[in-house]
Design a protein around this ligand. Structure first.
Ligand SMILES: *Cc1c(COP(=O)(O)O)cnc(C)c1O
Length: 374
């Protein structure tokens, strides 16, 4: 059996272990400590000094605390991109609120601005103002932020950017996660950099980020005893995880370079195969980290599943694109504004092995196997 090629696996830079050892040597083994503060500063410097950052236990936790602070309550409606991972939508349910799913446009595969407007009008027609809009930058590709922010502003609805997959991506030179009222990042094991598990909430509003840190550490009021006037959460990042993150932030730009190079490699290798097309930046105002190389396979005989299974037989992991939320049993009652795009993407789309630690031989193996079918 050939060695396994993973879809996207962790890729340490070299300094992580030294920073983890420092956490042990100083006995900062807790969901706070100097590496947590340092990691937040690293991310802030990377995204731009205008934003503030709270390091948390997961991207999902970050989304949840964004919704909590926007006052999302039971029965409220929250608009969410349908084409995404379930973690974008689950926190809406944690609050007892109703997700309203919106389809994608075919250029970036992210939220369709015209359908967003329709969904907002639909909510207003029922006498409900949506409490928030969750827009996702899928596979690192920035959504059409100008259009989306204009509509959000027109109706005065806060925007949460799910930038879990888009650290280092930018639109018109501004990094993703810094456009909305809130942005969230993920450092799960399969993301562009990892802390083994972790996330961050980002905002230009420092008060919100201070409140995030308060809520994420059990909402303890200032008192010598345990005193609480808010419902708290245990969502803070640990100092050990943050140590890994500090090492990873030293190499983030290299990781992005490598992921983008993977995509270029595949594009060159398949340029004579008309049936394979790539998720592509619409113009040079978009910069994607190309976290995963995502392709559409549109061929009369060879399906996406044929390709996936053929790779699997050779011990190569690939994945269908995210199954849209409006097709998920858990969200079957949720309203949906559709145009067929996400369903088509799910039917024909595949993510190819995309880790920053793939070797040229790995890429050649993947390409060779795919080419056997065409
Ligand atoms: C990974 C991911 C999340 C969740 O992040 P975790 O850190 O795993 O909780 C949310 N949204 C999207 C789009 C993701 O890919």
């Amino acid at each position: 059996m050939n060695p396994k090629i993973w879809l996207s696996s962790p890729h340490m830079g070299g300094k992580e272990f030294e920073y983890v050892k420092e956490a042990f040597d100083t006995n900062w083994i807790a969901p706070l400590g100097p590496h947590v503060n340092g990691f937040e500063e690293d991310i802030q410097k990377y995204l731009g000094e205008q934003v503030h950052v709270a390091a948390l236990s997961a991207g999902t936790a970050a989304l949840h605390l964004a919704l909590v602070q926007l006052g999302v309550q039971a029965g409220d409606e929250v608009i969410c991109q349908s084409m995404t991972f379930s973690a974008s939508a689950n926190p809406i349910k944690y609050q007892g609120a109703v997700p309203v799913f919106v389809d994608s446009e075919p250029d970036t595969w992210n939220m369709d601005p015209e359908l967003l407007r329709k969904a907002i009008k639909g909510a207003f027609a029922k006498g409900k103002k949506p409490k928030a809009i969750i827009v996702v930058h899928l596979y690192g590709m920035p959504a059409k932020m100008d259009e989306i922010l204009t509509i959000a502003q027109e109706y005065q609805i806060p925007v949460i950017e799910d930038a879990a997959e888009a650290l280092g991506s930018s639109y018109k030179g501004q990094r993703m996660g810094t456009f909305g009222n809130f942005g969230i990042l993920s450092f799960n094991g399969n993301k562009i950099i990892t802390t083994s598990g972790g996330g961050a909430l980002v905002s230009k509003n420092d008060e919100w980020i201070k409140q995030t840190r308060f809520l994420a550490t059990q909402a303890r009021d200032v008192a010598p005893h345990y005193q609480h006037s808010h419902v708290g959460y245990n969502y803070r990042m640990s100092n050990v995880c943050a140590a890994i993150g500090r090492g990873q932030m030293e190499v983030v730009d290299d990781r992005i370079k490598q992921r983008r190079a993977n995509r270029t490699y595949y594009q060159e290798a398949f340029k004579d195969i008309q049936a394979i097309t790539f998720l592509t930046e619409p113009d040079d105002t978009y910069f994607s980290n190309h976290w995963l190389t995502a392709v559409i396979i549109d061929h009369p005989k060879v399906t996406r599943e044929d390709v996936r299974l053929h790779l699997e037989k050779d011990n190569i992991e690939s994945r269908p694109l995210w199954k849209p939320m409006h097709l998920q049993p858990v969200f079957e009652d949720a309203p949906f504004y559709g145009n067929g795009t996400s369903e088509r993407l799910f039917e024909k789309g595949l993510c190819l092995p995309s880790g920053s630690n793939l070797t040229e031989a790995d890429l050649q193996r993947v390409v060779g196997k795919v080419r056997e079918l065409f």
